[in-house]
Design a protein around this ligand. Sequence first.
Ligand code: KIV
Ligand code: NA
Length: 265
Amino acid sequence: IKRITTNTLQKMKSQGEKISMLTAYDFSFAKTFDGAGIDVILVGDSASNVMAGHETTLPITLDQMIYHASSVIRGVSRALVVVDLPFGCYQGNSKEALISAVRIMKETGAHAVKLEGGEEILESVKRIVAAGIPVMGHLGLTPQSIYKFGTYTVRAREEAEANKLRNDAKLLEQAGAFAAVLEKIPAQLAKEVSESLIIPTIGIGAGKHCDGQVLVMHDMLGINTEFKPRFLRQYLNLNEQITGAVQHYIRDVKSNDFPNDQEQY
Ligand code: KIV
Ligand code: NA
C-alpha cells in the first residue's frame, strides 16, 4: 500500500477529495484505523483528557506525547501520523520548539508535528519547517489557550478575531505549513479561509467546506459520552456496549458459567 504523505494531502485538495483524520493514542486503535483506511492519524494532546483524565490539555508532557506517538506509529503502515507539540514546549521560544519537534521525529518515527497558534508562533513554524519537519497549524479554538479564552464557545465570530484568523492562516501557509486545523469557528469563515489557502484545511466544528475533517476517537466512537457538542457525530455507543459486555462477564464469573469445560486445560 502507498503511504499518505503531505503531497498526497495537497493532491487531495486540488482534486476535491476530502481528507479524513481521527485521533489515536495507542498501537491497537491506530492499527485498526489505519487498516480501515483513514488518511491522517493525529496523536492529539487531547490524550491529556481522554487518556489521562485531565480537565484540559495543558498538563500532558512532551515525554508522554512521545510515548503515545511511538505506540501509534508501530500500528500504522499507510496513514500520515501527526503529533501535537504539547503546551509549554514551543510557545515563545523557537529554539525550544525546534528541539521539541526534533525529539518527536527522532524518538517516535512520526511524520509531522502540529502547533497551535498563528503569528505568535511563526518563528517556531519557520524554524521547524527549515529543519525538514512538516508542520500542521491549528487556529480557532486552540485548547492550549483555554485559560485565555475562558470558554469553549465558538471563536472568531467577531470581525477582529476573524480577521486575525484570516491573516494567521495566510502567515502559516507562507511559513511553510502543509495544512491547518480550524477548530470551532463559523462555517462561512472556514469556507473563506479554505478557498483562500493553497494548503488543505482540516475542520472540527468548522463546517462542511473544509478540505478535511477531524474528530477525537473517544467522542466519535461514544467511549466518552459526556461530551456532546453540536459538531460531533457519534458513530457508535461503545460505552454502552462495553458496559454490557463487562456486566455479562461479571455475571458469568459470579455464576460459575465462565470458564466452562472447553475453556480450561
Ligand atoms: O488534540 C486533539 O485531539 C486535536 C484535534 C481536536 C484537532 O488537536
Ligand atoms: Na490538540
